[in-house]
Design a protein around this ligand. Structure first.
Ligand code: ZN
Ligand code: ZN
Length: 367
């Protein structure tokens, strides 16, 4: 794997775009508490820290462990934000309250604060706290060149790692052993970790969409669902391949060809300005036409970025429309108890005219 430097992230361009959104919503201040959102807006990667954003100020409050790192990372990203260090939670809330002074309302990220957080901030900030929706998640949807470079690298590492270890599936390994070898191969190629615990589900275990790898030995004649991804500089990849270890028999072959066709139909439906629900429908219709509607028990896909699951959802109930620069998965599957499962998943970038796949591993894998 090439160790070429990653393209720079445009972190400093993000706070101005957030302020435009806050102004449009008539919100004088936003307290950003979700870790991925703090990272997105500042470049700060510490495990504890919140960011208060107003029209003319930004204050990152963290604890003593991160004093040096916070200054360094803000400096590197060129984000004009102050750093406040509070050694206790109470001291941190006092720093925030001082920065809030003069503003009558503070928005909270309503999907990521707990009830206890809300009560504490309401008591401590000296302003009304109000639900602010998910403005940062909205900004995070369209990826810049630096973000795409990281996701592309994470996808390439996953592809390469899988190619290096896939034949092990036919050598009598257990699901857990294979998951471990796949994770090792991704880390060895430069990933900082997995984007989630790999799913390796053979034979009847494949009928559970989120099966956990077991000590079951993978045998000839089984389908093996492998769903995995890795992280490069904070950005995730996500891919599923269903491998035939020998001939899985006529019913499993039929399930496989239906899902392969469904995945292609979903991918072909992806383009900017297309409704997410229409992509889900394109995949789902193929599976329904084969009489397997009830066996496709999850949505077709999801956004991928700093989180493995982020906006937009690609689901029948989704109301979003795809944007050029969204990164989404297309991952239909069918799950038949007693028989097994098939899922095929790519991570793709949405373009004006279609989808550019980032996961390129072959889909028809027979060992
Ligand atoms: Zn996946
Ligand atoms: Zn996925």
């Amino acid at each position: 794997m090439s160790a070429a430097p990653l393209a720079p992230l445009d972190v400093a361009g993000r706070l101005p775009r957030l302020r435009e959104r806050l102004a449009a919503a008539g919100l004088p201040a936003l307290l950003v508490t979700k870790r991925e959102n703090v990272r997105y807006l500042t470049g700060f990667t510490g495990s504890a820290g919140v960011l208060l954003v107003t029209a003319d100020d930004a204050l990152l409050v963290t604890d003593g462990r991160y004093a040096t790192q916070a200054e360094e990372q803000l400096g590197t990203s060129g984000v004009p934000a102050r750093v406040g260090i509070g050694l206790t939670a109470a001291a941190q809330r006092e720093l925030l309250a001082a920065a809030v002074r003069g503003h009558d309302r503070v928005g909270l990220e309503e999907h990521s604060v707990t009830w206890a957080d809300q009560r504490e901030y309401a008591a401590a900030l000296g302003a009304e706290v109000v639900p602010a929706g998910t403005p940062v998640e909205g900004l995070r949807r369209v990826k810049d060149a630096g973000e795409l470079d990281r996701i592309r690298r994470a996808c390439a590492i996953a592809d390469d790692a899988f190619a290096a270890v896939v034949t092990r599936l036919a050598e009598g390994v257990t699901e857990r052993q294979f998951a471990l070898e796949l994770e090792f191969a991704m880390r060895e190629r430069g990933a900082s970790g997995t984007s989630f615990d790999p799913i390796v589900a053979a034979g009847p275990n494949g009928a559970m969409p989120h099966a956990r790898p077991t000590d079951r030995v993978i045998r000839r004649g089984e389908l093996v669902v492998c769903d995995f991804g890795c992280v490069v500089d904070g950005y995730c990849s996500d891919m599923t391949r269903t491998v035939w270890v020998g001939d899985p028999g006529p019913e499993a072959r039929r399930l496989f060809s239906v899902v392969l066709e469904s995945q292609a139909a979903g991918r072909d439906a992806v383009a900017a300005d297309v409704e997410c629900a229409a992509v889900d429908k394109a995949s789902r219709d193929v599976i329904a036409a084969a009489g397997l509607a009830d066996a496709f028990s999850h949505s077709t896909g999801h956004g991928v970025g700093l989180e493995i699951h982020e906006a937009p959802r690609v689901a029948s109930s989704a109301r979003d429309t795809l944007l050029a620069g969204d990164v989404v998965t297309v991952e239909p599957g069918v799950y038949v108890p007693g028989v097994g499962g098939v899922r095929i998943e790519d991570t793709v970038v949405v373009t004006a005219t279609g989808a550019e796949p980032l996961t390129l591993a072959p889909k028809e894998l027979v060992l």
